[in-house]
Design a protein around this ligand. Structure first.
Ligand SMILES: [Zn+2]
Length: 296
């Protein structure tokens, strides 16, 4: 069992230029599609916060998948992509609402008498008109008023863009092998016992022998040690070591909280694996007693 000099895991910030049009293009298609769908269903009912939530989750799934395909490890680009997707989805939802609104007989009739230059037929004018009418909440129609409506739309957009922004940045921080250009794959090695911050300190300083005092075992401990390996090079490439604290909450659900991610040289893999190999006790068969031999 050796000691090592690990480094804190951090993304290398790389990306593939060819991947960017694919990322932004897919997000644009997904965002306008979801905006259209929300607007279409919204003709009959609209669930506040739930619709934006579904839009955000769907965009995160699309963005994360494309980000993975295109090897995106750059948090800045991912953040911009997240903001872009969120803004496009909510804006397009309002836009499709406006198209549908101007197409209704009521709207046509309402504006027919007005001189053409004052007819509200553009998207910004539609938003202004809707804010003047005020967004109604619930069946009894609590009216948010002009300013309230704009604040409500703003909060809705913040909710979606906030989620897509943070989630897409999060995806770029996954461990990646730059030499082989592949995402590393995590595998659980075993568990340790939390004794203060010992496990964290040992892993941060590279003191792997210190982990032996923390009851390493294949299962049962309150800390889970995982290793992220390059699917091509395995132990020949640097590995990422992750420590999670495992707790069981009041609902008996297992909750994991990440404590650290460190990059170790590939040679550390064998040492880490050996920690969790169950020790086989050799039990020697009892020697037959003289009486047993005599009885026989
Ligand atoms: Zn590799």
């Amino acid at each position: 069992m050796n000691t090592y000099q690990p480094e804190k895991h951090c993304s290398d910030g790389g990306f593939r230029l060819m991947g960017l049009p694919l990322l932004f293009g897919s997000l644009f298609v997904a965002a306008t599609g979801l905006g259209w769908l929300a607007s279409f269903i919204g003709q009959w009912f609209y669930l506040i916060f739930l619709f934006p939530l579904v839009i955000a989750v769907s965009l995160v799934i699309v963005g994360a998948k494309i980000g993975q395909w295109t090897h995106l490890r750059n948090g800045f680009i991912a953040g911009i992509a997240g903001l872009f997707a969120g803004v496009v989805s909510i804006t397009s939802m309002h836009y499709f609402d406006s198209v549908r609104y101007f197409d209704t007989p009521e709207a046509k009739q309402k504006f027919a008498a007005l001189p053409p230059e004052t007819r509200p037929s553009t998207f910004p004018r539609y938003m202004d008109l809707m804010a003047t009418q005020g967004v109604g909440i619930g069946k009894d129609g609590l009216n948010l008023g002009y300013v309230g409506s704009w604040i409500y739309w703003g909060v809705e957009m913040l909710l979606v863009t906030g989620m897509t922004f943070y989630a897409l940045i999060g995806g770029t921080q996954e461990p990646y092998c730059c030499a082989c250009e592949r995402w590393k794959v995590y595998r659980e090695l075993g568990t340790l016992r939390q004794k203060g911050d010992r496990a964290k300190e040992c892993l941060e300083s590279g003191d792997l022998p210190g982990l032996l005092k923390l009851e390493p075992s294949p299962t049962g401990g309150d800390l889970v040690l995982s290793v992220g390996e390059c699917p091509v090079g395995g132990g020949d490439c640097p590995i990422t070591v992750k420590l999670d604290a495992v707790t069981v909450n009041a609902k008996k659900e297992v909750e994991k909280k990440e404590l650290l991610e460190m990059t170790y040289p590939g040679e550390a893999l064998a040492d880490l694996e050996s920690l969790f190999v169950p020790v086989v006790e050799v039990v020697e068969p009892a020697k037959p007693t003289k009486k047993a031999i005599d009885d026989y």
